[in-house]
Ligand binder design. Structure first.
Ligand SMILES: Cc1cc2nc3c(=O)[nH]c(=O)nc-3n(C[C@H](O)[C@H](O)[C@H](O)COP(=O)(O)OP(=O)(O)OC[C@H]3O[C@@H](n4cnc5c(N)ncnc54)[C@H](O)[C@@H]3O)c2cc1C
Length: 403
């Protein structure tokens, strides 16, 4: 496409692709270009996650996360059916192993039910019928949860976006944005791109893109690395499906757990430690400028000051597979060190405010001609098509797009 386009989407992860897909559904014929800085789509969070189709168990009733996760699950299954993407609705078990976890488990059950999730509460015998290797006091069984390859899903979305007439340009990084007479001009590593409207879905860089148009002040992305351990093939029987501990409600992470993959593998994790670079997937990857920016941020310092004990424990566990194993043995005591080896990592883009509080819900902000997805951590892969529909609705209301 040459000349000014109607709309640019920045970010070729699952949220950007689903947004482009929904915008083109809302307004066929829209001259849309999607820009992705990597040479391939889905290179970051979308290609480096647990592959779970989440049920809305833990999100606050009435939140965007609760609503869009529930809608997104249904949308994702319909899209996967239509495009021949394999998935399995295998169910999940959330297990309380200590008496002090029982009230938290009850709170999860209450929240899940308020969000429309159908579940069963199980005692030790019944939970072993579902997961024979699991031990605990009480568990919730959520049959609606599933597994899928979100990278494959995103690539299929990319094909569908191209089939709807849009252009996807990879290897093009947006470096600056300026206002023009009747729209915006994006400076990129491949020259300027003029557009009437703009939606950014930049994951780990979402705060930077928002800052380029003067939005999102007071919100910063903190990258939390999550490392996985892979179970050796002979140990895959330790989880038939998905086994979670009861999550700490203060954090948006689910705790180290066992995950069956759609290709038959079994993974444990992910943990959650500060990444020393936004895209630093190995423990030794450090970007001093980015790290300095985080460590000098008032919001991060407040967060770290509040939860330094939890953070220190996570960092220790990140260095020791033995400590990682100990966390897993709480629900699955038969696992041994020989069953595990370190595997891949992903990095979560989690927005925090200047006062050190986490932005818990999905956040979409903007102004004239611009919308920015500022916080789309888990379950945004599950919710992607519903987030896309939400953004398309906002675009119709704010931009010159007509349904
Ligand atoms: C470890 C881990 C486990 C998870 N597990 C699950 C799960 O099981 N189920 C689930 O539903 N969710 C899960 N999530 C969350 C889910 O993966 C993310 O919420 C989702 O992938 C976010 O998609 P996105 O498109 O916003 O971000 P991304 O996939 O990160 O995509 C953003 C894209 O923007 C591009 N970009 C950034 N800046 C620029 C720029 N200046 N110019 C051009 N392009 C740019 C990036 O290169 C990137 O490709 C998990 C996440 C992690 C990290």
């Amino acid at each position: 496409m040459s000349g000014r386009v109607d709309l640019v989407v920045v970010g070729g992860g699952i949220v950007g692709l689903a947004t482009a897909y929904r915008l083109l559904e809302t307004r066929p014929g829209l001259r849309l270009v999607l820009l992705e800085k990597e040479v391939r789509l889905a290179a970051h969070q979308t290609g480096r996650n647990s592959g779970v189709i989440h049920s809305p168990n833990t999100y606050a009733p009435g939140s965007l996360k609760a609503r869009l996760c529930a809608e997104g699950m249904r949308d994702a299954l319909a899209f996967a059916d239509e495009h021949g993407i394999p998935y399995e609705i295998c169910g999940e078990l959330i297990v309380a192993t200590e008496p002090d976890e029982l009230p938290r488990l009850a709170a999860v059950a209450e929240r899940a039910r308020a969000n429309g999730v159908v579940l069963r509460e199980l005692g030790p015998e019944a939970m072993r019928e579902i997961e024979p290797e699991v031990r605990g006091l009480r568990a919730l069984h959520v049959p609606s949860t599933g597994i899928i390859d979100w990278e494959r899903f995103a690539l299929a979305l990319g094909d569908a976006v191209r089939a709807r007439g849009a252009e996807i340009r990879t290897g093009v990084e947006v470096t600056a944005i300026r206002r023009a007479a009747d729209g915006l001009v994006l400076e990129t590593t491949a020259g300027a791109v003029a557009t009437r409207d703009l939606v950014t879905c930049a994951g780990l860089h979402s705060d930077r893109l928002a800052a380029m148009t003067g939005h999102g002040r007071g919100i910063r992305i903190v990258p939390f690395r999550g490392d996985y351990a892979v179970l050796r093939p002979e140990a895959r029987h330790f989880c038939r499906a998905l086994v979670y501990p009861v999550a700490d409600p203060r954090f948006p992470f689910l705790g180290v757990h066992l995950t069956r993959r759609i290709d038959g593998a079994a993974w444990a994790g992910p943990n959650a430690v500060l990444a020393y670079a936004r895209e630093g997937y190995r423990r030794r990857d450090v970007d001093l400028r980015e790290l300095g920016g985080i460590l000098g941020d008032r919001g991060f310092l407040r967060l770290a000051g509040r939860y330094w004990r939890v953070g220190a424990a996570e960092m220790l566990r990140d260095l020791s597979l033995r400590l990682f194993l100990r966390a897993l043995q709480r629900t699955t005591p038969g696992l041994t060190l020989a069953d595990l080896s370190w595997g891949p990592s992903g990095i979560r883009a989690q927005a925090i405010r200047r006062d050190g509080t986490l932005v818990e819900d999905f956040a979409i902000t903007g102004g004239p001609r611009v919308l920015h997805v500022q916080n789309a951590p888990s379950p945004a892969a599950t919710a992607s098509l519903a987030i896309g529909r939400e953004i398309a609705g906002m675009a119709v209301a704010r931009f010159e797009i007509r349904a």
